[in-house]
Design a protein around this ligand. Structure first.
Ligand code: NAP
Length: 251
């Protein structure tokens, strides 16, 4: 599902792990739909990094928590490059660190709407197009979870951690559902990775602050996560489905 005929959709592809993944896939021969929700400058920069090395990419705005936007993203991809062969279900948010007693239902819903419902709807649209049952040619879905699904996010963001636990269940369940339809479904659990997500949790230096708690003694890079995503999406992982890889420096 990589190489010159692969067509990738990367949700949240404008920054962080999604951007690194989009650039990696695009520079290795894939056509890439770079989804973003508000930062068109960042999305355009990712597209340019790909086209500058002779690759093919477009930026597509869309809120992955909104069903109509998800469908529009898949339709835009179909129009530009043909049927997607890889979905990287990456768009995700967290919120200010704290304890559950302080979390409003609105805050929790915002996280679940994107991280869980959005990921499910994106996966649904991918299966509709990729499944050999539906006349598709197969494909690969990589869901971006988090080590928070294993560690629980206590006293920081249990809501976010719970949303990532749901992603791990999605990876296992959907992989079994579509295993005979040419679709592999896997996950990646990043640990502490240097991106701008930590600023949105109110702690921009979090990745560096936590470096000492990581057995390897440092935060990871978005590119290190992208390598695992790329491998899982590629034909090199042809017998791998229902697996989630920790990319966490041992944390
Ligand atoms: P990031 O740097 O904050 O980037 C977030 C990306 O998601 C941006 O491209 C943003 O688009 C996009 N986005 C946000 N809300 C969206 C929405 N409603 N619809 C579509 N796109 C949306 O995040 P990151 O650190 O790369 O995280 C990527 C994934 O890895 C997330 O699922 C996250 O939970 C997971 N993860 C990250 C870490 C870490 O330490 N960084 C650890 C574990 C798991 P705009 O540019 O338009 O805002």
């Amino acid at each position: 599902m990589t190489g010159s005929h692969s067509v990738w959709i990367v949700t949240g592809g404008s920054r962080g792990i999604g951007a690194a993944t989009a650039v990696m896939a695009g520079s290795r021969g894939a056509s890439v739909c770079v989804n973003y929700v508000s930062n068109s400058t960042a999305a355009q920069a990712v597209v340019e990094q790909i086209t500058d090395v002779g690759g093919r990419a477009i930026a597509v705005r869309g809120d992955m928590a909104v069903e109509a936007d998800v469908v529009a993203l898949f339709n835009a991809c179909q129009t530009a490059f043909g049927t997607p062969t890889v979905l990287v279900n990456n768009a995700g948010v967290l919120d200010q660190e704290g304890r559950l007693e302080g979390f409003s239902a609105d805050r929790i819903a915002r996280i679940i709407d994107l991280n869980v419902t959005g990921a499910l709807v994106c996966a649904r649209e991918a299966v509709k197009r990729m499944s050999t049952n539906n006349g598709g040619s197969g494909g690969s879905i990589v869901n971006i979870s988090s080590m928070a699904a294993m560690l629980g996010g206590g006293a920081t963001y249990v809501d976010y951690a719970a949303s990532k636990g749901a992603i791990d269940a999605l990876t296992i369940g959907l992989s079994r559902e579509v295993a005979r339809e040419g679709i592999r479904v896997n996950g990646v659990r990043p640990g502490v990775i240097e991106t701008e997500i930590h600023a949105s949790g109110g702690n921009p230096t979090r990745a560096r602050d936590l470096a000492d708690t990581v057995p390897m003694g440092r935060a990871g890079t978005a590119e290190e996560v992208a390598e695992a995503i790329f491998w899982l999406a590629s034909d090199a992982a042809s017998y791998v489905t229902g697996s989630s890889i920790n990319v966490s420096g041992g944390r």
